[in-house]
Design a protein around this ligand. Structure first.
Ligand SMILES: C[S@@+](CC[C@H](N)C(=O)[O-])C[C@H]1O[C@@H](n2cnc3c(N)ncnc32)[C@H](O)[C@@H]1O
Length: 289
């Protein structure tokens, strides 16, 4: 077994340009998934010979990874904020970067009060479900335009015992006349919208190639959806409510300007662990929204 894992590590390093440590980890994750065993089992059985069936199962999975498919789509799961989320090619694979948005959102949600929270573009549901589990008193609503994504999000909520109301909606459309929820307002609106420029060469590289383009790319240098959300948000916030948006590392100035133009106050931008500006938000004091 150790020989097969070492050979797979080398192949992953060469074919995908991974660091050796990352390649070794991926090889172990794929092997554990292929053989339905735990990582601890792999260590304990390091010197076992592989059966033909085990070799075939592992090789099939490895070949797909070598062709570029993300590990999370192969295993159907990715951890976010310490919990496992089901994923499929219908949803964006949750990123550690988005935990910054979650941390900031949690700081805005008191644990002893009932507040109304909206997650726009929920995908796998990772943001909405995490907020629901960390703040059980909060009433969490989450929307996505993709019915397939919402099916995954609902499955994640059921599996993790989270109470979230999921709705199909083109951004705020579900809360506009003539829909029955027209007029509903929120204390906090969060979103990790598509924000990569459609012409960005990164969209044609690595794992991203396998993710839904509708979850990643936006027109106008990636700002089209961020613009739509900042323009419309105040009409759906309660006075004193907060809007928090994840964005690209080079989009903070543009997002801050959009927030300012649309009447937000106490605007701030947060940096991730790498020191990059990745989340901006502001408070809407009230008035005509
Ligand atoms: C960057 S992904 C974020 C997914 C998830 N919230 C996360 O952080 O991993 C953006 C999500 O927005 C959804 N989306 C894109 N355009 C939308 C629209 N006009 N209305 C509602 N959702 C939209 C996509 O389907 C996708 O699930």
């Amino acid at each position: 077994m150790a020989d097969s894992l070492a050979a797979a590590t080398l192949q992953l390093t060469t074919a995908l340009g991974l660091e050796k440590r990352e390649a070794r980890l991926e090889a172990r994750v794929l092997a554990a998934f292929a053989w339905t065993v735990s990582p601890a089992w792999l260590i304990a059985h390091d010197t076992d010979p592989l059966s033909d069936a085990q070799t075939t199962q592992f090789q099939a999975l490895l070949n797909r990874r070598l062709a570029g498919e993300p590990v999370a789509y192969l295993t159907g799961t990715r951890e976010f904020y310490g919990r496992p989320f089901r994923v499929s090619p219908d949803v964006l694979i949750p990123r550690p970067d988005t935990e910054l948005l979650v941390e900031r959102a949690l700081a805005c949600i008191p644990s002893d009060q009932v507040v109304d929270v909206l997650d726009l573009g929920t995908g796998s549901g990772c943001i909405a479900i995490t907020l629901a589990l960390e703040r059980p008193l909060a009433r969490i609503t989450a929307v996505d335009r993709s019915a397939a994504a919402l099916a995954i999000a609902q499955r994640n909520a059921d599996g993790l015992n989270a109470r979230v109301e999921f709705l199909t909606s083109d951004w705020f459309a579900a809360f506009m006349p003539p829909r029955v929820l027209a007029g509903r307002r929120f204390d906090l609106i969060v979103s990790n919208p598509p924000y990569i420029a459609a012409a960005d060469p990164h969209l044609a590289r690595g794992d991203v190639r396998f993710e839904p383009l509708t979850a990643l790319a936006a027109s106008h240098d990636g700002l089209a959806d961020l613009r739509r959300l900042t323009t419309a948000a105040s009409a759906h916030l309660k006075p004193g409510g907060t809007l928090l948006l994840e964005h690209g590392y080079d989009q903070a100035d543009a997002v801050v300007e959009l927030l300012r133009q649309h009447g937000f106050e106490q605007i701030c931008t947060l940096r991730d662990l790498a020191g990059l500006n990745r989340v901006s938000g502001g408070r809407w004091a009230g008035g005509v929204g």
